[in-house]
Design a protein around this ligand. Structure first.
Ligand code: NAD
Length: 341
């Protein structure tokens, strides 16, 4: 496979694919020389030119170039587009011309692909498609949680307030650096995006942006039609589901700084936290109403989903749970059927 666009998401997807026993990364693209292009070369990834990238510019930086994007597309079964928001739609034409399937990211509109994808949410419906869009970080986090609650206890209504990080850590041109900024789109676009996976879900979302780079936090209020017996049952369901990480009270994880310190300590991926993070003390069932917080590491949560989307398209005989298990084992995440690899 190929990764087109080797930035925050692309470099992580490339590494994740390289770790899978059934996938081969043929090459990645860059538009300009940068530290990330240098790291691609240092990791042994073949570097191709995207968009108006110039070979002489890379050669002047001492970075070998294997060819242009079009040549890379000629050698692969599938491409994962990780270019900036809205650029994927332009790139889609190139993939169609090359006659290869493609995966897009959440910065594209839903109509860029045949279906929106979330591994726990709608893997089966996405098998054998030729194009998929892995939904955004926030939508991925919500879709995973819906996959736990809806089949067990029937969701009557779901309200989420998204407390969004202002920028990724390496971005310096976004803000705020001091302020809490309401998003004056009421409700926010995240609810309709979740419905690209769960069309029937009664969900409304609102968002505020705050000056942090670490993670988003979702404040969830869910009304359940057939509620469980107590909070412990809800916690057990989250615990039994892959891609959820629960912190106990005694771990003293007070907020996102400690979550990301744990991630650095653990050292998976780019010191990432690819799971939905829940606090056991931050989940409470009150009759039919479930309240819980979850934290979402925006830079990495979609990475395992991209790996599964590749399998859903190219290996339709593999089931969703089998793909999730394979992906997570190779990445070093907790698997629900056995110890870490
Ligand atoms: P990024 O800016 O970090 O990386 C994009 C890369 O694509 C850069 O290296 C850029 O040089 C390159 N590029 C620019 N033009 C290109 C072109 N024409 N063809 C190929 N590559 C090109 O962006 P990102 O954060 O990795 O976002 C990529 C996609 O993933 C977007 O759709 C975004 O919405 C989505 N996404 C981002 C996050 C996040 O928090 N960063 C989370 C989930 C989803």
């Amino acid at each position: 496979m190929a990764v087109n666009g080797f930035g925050t998401i692309g470099k992580r997807v490339a590494d994740a694919v390289s770790k899978q026993p059934d996938m081969t990364l043929v090459g990645v693209t860059k538009t300009r020389p940068s530290f990330e292009a240098r790291r691609a070369v240092e990791k042994g990834y073949a570097l191709y030119l995207a968009a108006s990238g110039s070979k002489s510019e890379f050669e002047a930086a001492g970075l070998p170039v294997a060819g242009r994007l079009e040549e890379l597309l000629g050698q692969v079964d599938i491409v994962v587009d990780c270019s900036p928001d809205k650029v994927g739609k332009e790139n889609a034409k190139l993939y169609r011309e090359a006659g290869i399937p493609a995966i897009f990211q959440g910065g594209e509109k839903a109509d860029v692909a045949e279906a929106s994808f979330n591994a726990l949410g709608n893997y089966d419906a996405c098998r054998s498609k030729r194009t998929l869009r892995v939904v955004s970080c926030n939508t991925t986090g919500i879709a995973r949680a819906v996959s736990v609650l809806a089949p067990r206890w029937e969701v009557d209504g779901w309200s989420v307030t998204l407390v969004r990080r202002a920028s990724d850590p390496a971005e310096t041109k976004r803000g705020p650096i001091n302020g809490i900024m309401p998003t004056f789109q009421l409700p926010s676009h995240h609810g309709p995006d979740v419905r690209t996976i769960f069309p029937e879900l009664a969900i409304a979302t609102t968002a505020v942006v705050v000056p942090t780079t670490l993670m988003h936090v979702h404040v969830n209020d869910v009304h359940l039609r057939r509620p469980p017996g107590g909070t412990a049952e809800v916690l057990a369901a989250f615990r039994a589901t892959p891609r959820f990480h629960l912190f106990a009270g005694w771990e003293r994880v007070e907020g996102t700084p400690q979550v990301m310190e744990y991630a650095r300590d653990r050292g998976i991926g780019f010191n990432d936290m690819m799971e939905n993070v829940l606090w056991e003390e931050g989940v409470r069932l009150d009759g039919s109403d479930l309240h819980f917080f979850q934290a979402i590491h925006q830079e990495s949560i979609v990475v395992p989903e991209n790996v599964d989307a590749i399998r859903a398209i190219t290996l339709p005989g593999v089931s969703g749970p089998a793909s999730i298990e394979m992906t997570d084992r190779a990445l070093g995440l907790r698997t629900t059927s056995g110890p870490r690899s």
